[in-house]
Design a protein around this ligand. Structure first.
Ligand code: GTP
Ligand code: MG
Length: 281
């Protein structure tokens, strides 16, 4: 697999070093939430890489995971809007890559799941997208806490992302389906399995540094219950605040009391273009 140019791995430490500094972290989470709740518009669906419109300016984050793991629900929880991405009880609901314009300047791409009731053609196209998409800034890989361990397909995807030098955030979801007393043990087993797999990669391949990408968070893997609403509001579910901040940082934003662009994201010096002004295919 071809290596992409080596973007420095994201360092989550400044954002997520929660210990001893609770107030700034709360402010960061609030700022991240404001960013995501600024708006979320469906932009386009794509069956293949060639169907994605050109995007030279807006950072993209792709959501990956097994079919039915909760990718579309996770996207809805991120933006705090039920039904923005279509959710299904049966695996295989999402059949195309669906792009959403989020907040002022971010594209989230929901994808068809892999594994049960998936199609080989989807995998090939998603892989092509991961390899070639110029503005892709990172991937979120969802694992289900119900499964208790990553599947061989999950591990394959994590390895592929590492080999492509794509920044990756692992999010364990459906935490509400386990008894809370079991969360820590099940999660730490999952995190261990993921980290063990990534450790086995040659760290010099593509300059990828998995540990740097996940270190600094209180746990190595984020745990959420994206589908759960708290106080009647979707997206308030446990863990979503930290995930929002981590996604923004992965996308090249600086998350403090406000969300601003970092140098990584300021390659474009032209005028700011709103989503409404972009021609989508
Ligand atoms: N209990 C619980 N259920 C969830 C959670 N997230 C998603 N679900 C449920 O899981 C099922 C699948 O959710 P989707 O969001 O459609 O999953 P998906 O990964 O997009 O599925 P495909 O598009 O088919 O690949 C739905 O019934 C959701 O309500 C969660 O955090 N907790
Ligand atoms: Mg879906």
């Amino acid at each position: 697999m071809q290596c992409q140019s080596t973007a420095a791995p994201v360092d989550l430490r400044p954002t997520l070093a929660a210990k001893g500094a609770p107030l700034p972290v709360v402010r960061q989470f609030a700022a991240a939430q404001r960013f995501f709740e600024h708006g979320c518009d469906f932009l386009y669906s794509a069956e293949a890489l060639r169907h994605h419109p050109r995007n030279e300016h807006v950072p993209e984050i792709v959501v990956l995971g097994a079919s039915n793991v909760g990718k579309s629900s996770f996207l809805n929880a991120l933006v705090g809007r039920e039904g923005r991405a279509k959710v299904g009880q049966r695996p295989g609901k999402t059949k195309l890559m669906n792009a959403f314009g989020v907040g002022p300047r971010l594209i989230l791409v929901d994808t068809p799941g892999y594994g049960y009731r998936s199609q080989a053609a989807w995998g090939a196209e998603i892989l092509k997208y991961l390899e070639m998409r110029q503005r892709l800034r990172g991937a979120v890989v969802l694992l289900s806490l119900i499964k208790r361990q990553p599947s061989p397909e999950d591990l394959w995807v994590l390895r592929a992302l590492a080999e492509l030098n794509t920044r990756t955030l692992v999010v364990v979801t459906k935490a509400d389906r386990q008894r809370p007393a079991e969360w820590p043990l099940v999660c730490s087993r999952m995190a261990d399995a993921v980290l063990h797999e990534m450790d086995s990669l040659d760290e010099t391949v593509c300059g990828y540094r998995w540990r740097a990408a996940v270190a600094g968070a209180e746990s190595d893997v984020y745990v959420t219950a994206a589908g759960m609403d708290v106080d009647g509001k979707l997206g308030n579910g446990a863990g979503m605040g930290g995930v929002r901040a981590a996604i923004l940082q992965m996308a090249g934003f600086d998350v403090r009391a406000e969300v601003t662009k970092t140098a990584d994201n300021v390659v474009y010096a032209g005028p700011t273009v709103s989503f409404d002004d972009i021609q989508w295919g």
